[in-house]
Design a protein around this ligand. Structure first.
Ligand code: UDP
Ligand code: MG
Length: 327
């Protein structure tokens, strides 16, 4: 079997309603692409019969391949699993809910032929998402940009095309706290963006709760920046300086006999303020330590339960030993 020119990597978590339409549109786009293609569907612990639909897709058209994880590992890990198993020369990452319109891929392929290694899709406008999501996302990307030294493209999600060279680099990065769009920015090579309007979900509801979103945002900032730690340090300096000045002022007042009322109010405020600061700073440090702990355990990133049309170990093996396939 020769490697296909293009691989689509698609994480799927309970998308039974979208899958048939996704397959239809993908088949369309694959016919228009200038080379052979495969689709790696990663079943990230679906419980709504998505896997059975994927099995049908595979039986109907062997270009649809399926990687079934042992449970829900989350969006970023599901993409990683798919990337480990994709065989193409240009790999396209996209969501299963058709919020990443397959026809944009044709433009990405064009850019790839022009010589770019990474072609990411920039969301021009989000037509189908609520105000809260739009505002928080916009805010978050700009905050992250200020915090990090790696220039991560604004308003770009995981929807992108990457070539083998960039893919190989990403495959070698086995960190657990994954913020893929940042990692892709980090690897470098020639990158460019194409713009598109992000439509609403084809069916179903978002699989990201506000909490999951917040934890993803935290991952993004903490794994790409030490700025929060530095912030803690700076805050400590500022507070200490203020406390020193206050002490100096108090002594001066005492000596001059200006201020003699026992100031328990100001004292308790100062104590509470300092206590609060210390807790915040400990919390920031704790966040980093938790991540260090997660990394040093070196567990596999995901476990594979079944594969259809794919080798469970994938074309690529992690340097830290085999990934978890069934014995
Ligand atoms: N997804 C996944 N695992 C999860 C959550 C989501 O594989 O734990 C998939 C989901 O099926 C979809 C993509 O990731 O294909 C993006 O999820 P969603 O559309 O819910 O996110 P949103 O577009 O709302 O940010
Ligand atoms: Mg979506």
């Amino acid at each position: 079997m020769t490697a296909p020119e293009y691989s689509f990597v698609i994480p799927v978590h309970n998308e039974a309603e979208s899958l048939p339409e996704l397959a239809r549109q993908l088949t369309d786009v694959m016919a228009q692409l200038d080379g052979s293609a495969e689709v790696v569907l990663v079943d990230d612990g679906s419980t709504d019969g998505s896997f059975e639909i994927m099995r049908e897709l595979h039986e109907h058209d062997a270009r649809f391949r399926v990687l079934r994880l042992s449970r829900n590992f989350g969006h970023q890990i599901a993409i990683t699993a798919g990337l480990d198993h994709a065989d193409g020369y240009a790999i396209v990452i996209m969501d299963a809910d058709l919020q990443d319109p397959p026809e944009v891929v044709l433009e990405m392929a064009q850019r790839w032929r022009d010589g770019y290694s990474v072609v990411y899709a920039v969301r021009d406008r989000r037509s189908g998402e609520g105000l809260v999501k739009r505002v928080t996302a916009k805010w978050f990307y700009r905050l992250l940009d200020r915090f990090t030294d790696t220039p991560i493209p604004l308003d770009a999600g995981d929807f992108r095309l990457v070539d083998r060279q960039a893919l190989t680099a990403i495959r070698s990065m086995r960190e657990h706290n994954r913020y893929l769009r940042g990692m892709f920015a980090w690897v470098g090579f020639d990158q460019t963006g194409v713009r598109y309007v992000r439509p609403a979900r084809y069916a179903g509801t978002t699989k990201f709760s506000m909490r999951k979103m917040a934890s993803f945002a935290t991952d993004g900032i903490l794994s790409f920046s030490a700025a929060p730690l530095r912030l803690a340090l700076n805050l400590g300096f500022v507070i200490s300086t203020l406390a020193f000045l206050a002490g100096f002022a108090a002594i001066a007042c005492k000596v001059a006999g200006v201020y003699t009322v026992p100031g328990w109010a100001s004292l308790s405020v100062a104590v509470a303020l300092l206590g609060g600061m210390q807790l915040i700073i400990l919390g920031v440090i704790g966040e980093y330590i938790a991540r260090i702990y997660e990394e040093v355990r070196r567990r596999p990133l995901y476990l594979v339960r079944d594969t259809l049309g794919l080798d469970a170990d994938g074309p690529w093996r992690a340097p830290d030993g085999p990934r978890g396939s069934r014995p």
